[in-house]
Design a protein. Structure first.
Length: 130
């Protein structure tokens, strides 16, 4: 709930920051690839991209190698949003680990990474590069 509140203040809905983080970290992506790596469905990704495009954070361009595909790229205007999303994630991390010492925080991250790997293994997928 806290993530949703903080993201709304930045003009985003939960999940949109994940699309943007992928684009910032990995560069322009085919929309179909975003669907796969973020474990979304086509309709949801289309709505997400449309909202981000209306807000001026992404632009859609035709894929030069496949006329049926669309490439999603972050705009220069999205760079200010990037700093805000990073600040939001830092705030969430701080709120989540408040009262933990550095050793406990490291343990938490190690355990969460293990849990993520376990879940990914169960689905037969691989972890995204980002």
């Amino acid at each position: 709930m806290l993530a949703g509140q903080l993201l709304r203040r930045a003009g985003l809905h939960p999940g949109q920051e994940l699309v943007m983080m992928r684009l910032w970290d990995c560069g322009p992506q085919r929309q179909a690839d975003l669907v796969g790596v973020l474990d979304s469905d086509s309709a949801t990704m289309t709505r997400t991209v449309q909202r981000l495009e209306r807000a001026g954070f992404v632009r859609r361009v035709p894929d030069p190698t496949d006329r049926r595909a669309t490439i999603i790229e972050p705009t220069a205007a999205s760079q200010a949003l990037r700093r805000e999303v990073e600040r939001i994630w830092e705030e969430l991390e701080g709120a989540t680990t408040d009262g933990c010492d550095p050793g406990e925080r490291a343990d938490i991250l190690r355990v969460l990474e293990r849990l993520e790997c376990n879940l990914v293994e169960r689905t037969g997928r691989t972890l995204p590069d980002a």
